[in-house]
Design a protein around this ligand. Structure first.
Ligand code: NAP
Length: 304
């Protein structure tokens, strides 16, 4: 049976798009290759999603969104979308299991943490290198760790890590953080977070476990070694678009370009959330994108 819409990804954007599409009477299939809820599931505390003045754990917020979607009969299918053919009235979606036909697609596949690409990184992923403090902080109780990056993720996760680690060294390539002021102020107040400015990591040193991080000062070229056991990398995001049809336009970094109605360059294909080219990647903006994408897909189908 041909679906009205296939939604790829079950983060805040995908779940919201599904809720809006089902309520508009569309036949929806929703595919998720990993854990339902997307990256937000790994956020210790979400403090800027309206309606939760005391904050809410990312896990709980996403569990609520998931249950909301499921209460409307939406089934999250645990399958990876491998390829899509976006052109034409009837579009094709290839998963690991089947090839299905759909009249429209909403891409909400999100993004993944970027890697540094330095010596030792691959070797120690999962063995001292982490992209998720909420998941791995307890392993570093009482130890010294490094956090790389100066954005919201790096600062928020450094604050979380400071509850477990003896010392958190936040290493940033400039002398000013990119993170929002409220997070910066909280981090500056934390006694066991220290800031290493104008510095980049160049090598992760160790035999069986991480022993040190080789650092380079970008101003004067000085090389130093920081003895840490854990390295948490938060240097931005890459879009999850390996399945993308090349006819769908992206920006230089590979994020999908849409108009304000979440329409991509291909008719009947929409994108929402972190995978979209935009300036503010938040749960609240993903939810907004998802609502618009669900509505736009239903309007697109009505017009046919
Ligand atoms: P981001 O905002 O892109 O920040 C990446 C940071 O890493 C920047 O400080 C950047 O330095 C640095 N960086 C980039 N490439 C690097 C490299 N090769 N070597 C060393 N440093 C490098 O990424 P993010 O912090 O992951 O956040 C992604 C999005 O999620 C943002 O829109 C953010 O606002 C959002 N987010 C929001 C919250 C929240 O609201 N609480 C929490 C997490 C994430 P420069 O500053 O010099 O460019």
């Amino acid at each position: 049976m041909i679906s009205d819409v296939v939604i790829i990804g079950s983060g805040p954007a995908g779940l919201t798009a599904a809720i809006y599409a089902v309520r508009a009477g569309l036949k929806v299939r929703l595919f998720e290759k990993g854990i339902p809820g997307g990256q937000a599931v790994n956020t210790d505390m979400v403090e800027n999603y309206p309606g939760f003045p005391e904050g809410i754990s990312g896990f709980e917020l996403m569990d609520r969104m998931k249950r909301h979607a499921e209460s409307l009969g939406i089934v999250i299918e645990n399958e990876e979308v491998k390829k899509i053919r976006a052109s034409g009235e009837i579009k094709k979606i290839k998963t690991g299991k089947e090839e299905i036909e759909t009249k429209s697609i909403i891409i909400c596949s999100g993004s993944s943490p970027k890697r540094l690409g330095i010596e030792g990184e691959e070797k120690f992923i999962g063995k001292g290198i982490s992209f998720c403090a909420t998941c791995d902080a307890p392993f570093f109780r009482g130890q010294e760790v490094a956090v790389i990056g100066g954005g919201d993720s790096a600062v928020q996760e450094a604050i979380y890590l400071s509850r477990f680690a003896k010392k958190v060294h936040l290493i940033h390539r400039r002398d000013r953080l990119r993170a929002t002021k409220v997070l910066q102020e909280r981090a500056f107040k934390q006694d066991n977070i220290d800031f290493i400015w104008n510095t980049v990591p160049v090598r992760i040193v160790g035999k069986d476990a991480i022993e040190a991080l080789e650092l380079k000062n970008v101003k004067d070229g000085t090389v130093s070694y920081l003895p840490v056991r854990g390295v948490f990398i938060f240097i931005g995001l890459s879009p999850n678009t390996s399945f993308l049809d090349p006819s769908i336009k992206t920006d230089d970094a590979g994020f999908i370009i849409t108009d304000q109605d979440m329409r991509t360059s291909v008719e009947g294909v929409f994108a929402a959330g972190d995978v979209r080219s935009k300036s503010l990647r938040q749960i609240s903006t993903a939810v907004g994108d998802g609502a618009i994408a669900g509505f736009s897909a239903s309007r697109y189908l009505e017009e046919r």
